[in-house]
Unconditional design. Structure first.
Length: 169
């Protein structure tokens, strides 16, 4: 755990090393937010990070969404998730699916990805397998622009939870 005070005093590399993981494989967000120091708490830090994403060009936002792995997908099954994603998917039981459940997730993920061009993203903490799959199937009916907005909101929630895990007041 690191403190807001330590993050405020950190050089760019240390800052990015401490919180760059909060947005999946996208340390550019922490790099840009570093310039907005000092932060008066985790909420202000998260707001600065989320603002970087909101101001990013659409292509960069879609790249951020694309950086996320499919839920219960091949990357997860071969143990290649980031530690944060691994823990989050495990908290929802996605690491304990049977063959039929895996097939259902694979089919739903493939359909979603074919429709939108990026993976389905949802903050899985506090959700179970059935709720996640239901959301995946429901959101597959959205328009692409609406889905981008929803995916970015879910990513912001994921980042907030990750920050709360590692940053103290």
């Amino acid at each position: 755990m690191t403190s807001i005070a330590a993050l405020n005093a950190a050089d760019r590399a240390t800052f990015v090393a401490a919180i760059g993981f909060a947005f999946e494989d996208s340390p550019w967000i922490a790099e840009a937010a570093w310039e907005r120091r000092p932060f008066d708490g985790v909420d202000a830090l998260h707001a600065a990070l989320a603002s970087v994403v909101a101001r990013a060009p659409a292509e960069r936002q879609v790249a951020l969404i694309t950086a996320h792995p499919d839920l219960a997908g091949r990357v997860a099954r071969t143990g290649r998730l980031t530690p944060a994603s691994r823990d989050e998917q495990a908290s929802a039981g996605l690491d304990r699916l049977g063959p039929e459940e895996i097939a259902r997730f694979d089919e739903a993920n493939a359909s979603y990805r074919a429709r939108f061009g990026f993976p389905f993203v949802i903050a899985v903490r506090g959700r179970n397998q059935a709720a996640i799959l239901e959301a995946l199937e429901q959101r597959s009916r959205n328009e692409r622009d609406a889905e981008i907005v929803l995916a970015l909101a879910e990513i912001a929630q994921i980042a907030r939870l990750r920050l709360q895990d590692v940053v103290s007041a």
